[in-house]
Design a protein around this ligand. Structure first.
Ligand SMILES: Cc1cc2nc3c(=O)[nH]c(=O)nc-3n(C[C@H](O)[C@H](O)[C@H](O)COP(=O)(O)OP(=O)(O)OC[C@H]3O[C@@H](n4cnc5c(N)ncnc54)[C@H](O)[C@@H]3O)c2cc1C
Length: 422
């Protein structure tokens, strides 16, 4: 029986079904001949046999929940305590799988290797959760250096920034709570504004784009506020500053639409980076502990639906919205590729970006790039002590709860078999 009020078999429903079918069969919809996410030869084209074997070993280690739990519990304090052997152990194992290097210069080789296969880089100085004014200024200075560096290496240069590297978490939390700021805190906020404006201004001047990460919902309002100010100031001629929309939050699809309305009224380009969201467990736990409704959708299907609706919304308005489809989800990547092809848009249009994290989902990145789409890798860099929280999140993400091979591991294994290495 048909459900009342729900249209069935719209062209989009059919498209979704075709994509789901294609993903299930490891094939591709006909409009996307030549794009095949299960082609591991293209996916690992930049990996030598030795690199592939090392990646296999690493993902196999990360597949063990007990090892990752132990590593994540002990890793961050051990690195922060400055134990020298821990630093070198991290560098010999997980570091180069997920990071470009310790410095910009060290990351250059990674950037060039990606560029050789038509993959752009989003440079990401890995600092987060900084507290002292000295550290917050250091992040700003590093971000300015990254903008300089990025502008010298590519025409599609992008730098990513986490505002908790430039603003104290507690300050953002207090602003969102609505509690009045002391005089010292007001001054502190002025300093934050200056830092954020400096990096946005530099990005605008140097022809670089600045992607601002989304973080926990209880500090996101002041981050949105800062990013909206910067977009209104610097996105008049072209998209420079991008906000991130976490579609696992049930208010964000509407917020994206409201942001676009505001951008149109005020006459600037909306920069929209779409993600599902990285802090689901933390968000739900806090909501439960403090007795407020969880901001996260109750299930994955609802998040997926909102995410794909956001892609459609951005593509329907692509002339005024520059979108970065930042996901490892095959369906969402195929959906955007399919819409681009069906609308007859330029595959490498600068407003139509796909992005994955360095060291993950190479099957999506390199196959999209091979098919002529504009794809980027997020390449974090920094000292081990700065990037360790990021590395621990990547390790957790690649752990198997069921004991099955992770997605990455099975792809690497498939390529090893193809090369006769398995
Ligand atoms: C280039 C890039 C940049 C990123 N930047 C940010 C950022 O700025 N801020 C940020 O928060 N994250 C960021 N992320 C991480 C992102 O939010 C996701 O956590 C991660 O990419 C996994 O989602 P997915 O779409 O790739 O894949 P999928 O595997 O399809 O989705 C997993 C995600 O779905 C959601 N989900 C899973 N189960 C449920 C459930 N039961 N109910 C509701 N939702 C559920 C969660 O968000 C989970 O992370 C970034 C990711 C990429 C690739």
């Amino acid at each position: 029986m048909k459900k009342e009020g729900k249209p069935v078999d719209t062209p989009m429903d059919k498209l979704d079904q075709a994509i789901k079918e294609a993903v299930r069969n490891n094939g591709t919809p006909s409009a996307l001949e030549g794009l095949n996410f299960s082609n591991t030869e293209i996916a690992f084209v930049d990996k030598t046999d030795a690199e592939l074997k090392k990646a296999y070993w690493l993902f196999k280690m990360m597949n063990k929940p007990w090892l990752v739990n132990m590593g994540t519990r002990m890793g961050i304090p051990a690195v922060r305590m400055g134990l020298p052997f821990v630093d070198s152990m991290v560098r010999k194992t997980i570091f180069y799988q997920f990071c470009g290097g310790r410095t910009l210069l060290e990351s250059q080789r990674t950037i060039e290797r990606l560029a050789k296969h038509k993959v752009s880089t989003v440079l990401d100085f890995g600092a987060e959760g900084k507290e002292t004014e000295e550290d917050l200024n250091r992040t700003m200075n590093e971000t300015l250096r990254a903008i300089d560096f990025a502008s010298s290496i590519s025409e599609h240069a992008v730098v990513s920034s986490k505002f908790t590297g430039m603003a104290r978490f507690g300050l953002l939390e207090k602003i969102q709570s609505g509690a009045p700021l002391t005089e010292a805190e007001q001054q502190e906020y002025e300093n934050v504004l200056k830092r954020v404006d400096s990096v946005s201004h530099a990005a605008c001047n140097k022809g670089v784009m600045l992607f601002v990460d989304a973080e926990e919902s209880w500090i996101q309002d002041p981050i949105d506020d800062l990013v909206n100010k910067m977009m209104a100031r610097y996105n008049k001629e072209r998209p420079v500053v991008f906000n991130t929309y976490q579609l696992y939050r049930h208010d964000r699809l509407q917020y994206l639409k409201d942001s676009f309305k505001m951008a149109k009224e005020e006459g600037f380009f909306l920069g929209a980076k779409l993600v599902r969201g990285a802090y689901m467990e933390k968000e739900r736990r806090r909501a439960q502990e403090r007795g407020y409704p969880s901001p996260i959708y109750p299930n994955k299907a609802a998040t997926d639906e909102a995410y794909n609706a956001a892609i459609r919304f951005c593509l329907d308005n692509f002339e005024q919205i520059a979108v970065s489809n930042s996901t490892h989800n095959a369906e969402s990547n195929l959906l955007m590729a399919r819409i681009i092809v069906e609308k007859g848009l330029k595959r490498n249009h600068p407003h139509l970006n796909f992005a994955q994290l360095y060291g993950m989902s190479d099957n999506i990145t390199f196959n999209l790039a091979d098919a002529g789409f504009y794809v980027s890798k997020y390449v974090p860099y920094g000292e081990v002590r700065d990037v360790i929280p990021y590395l621990m999140r990547r390790a957790k993400e690649n752990t198997s709860v069921t004991g099955d091979m992770s997605r990455e591991l099975s792809l690497i294994y498939k390529e090893m078999e193809r090369r006769g290495l398995a």
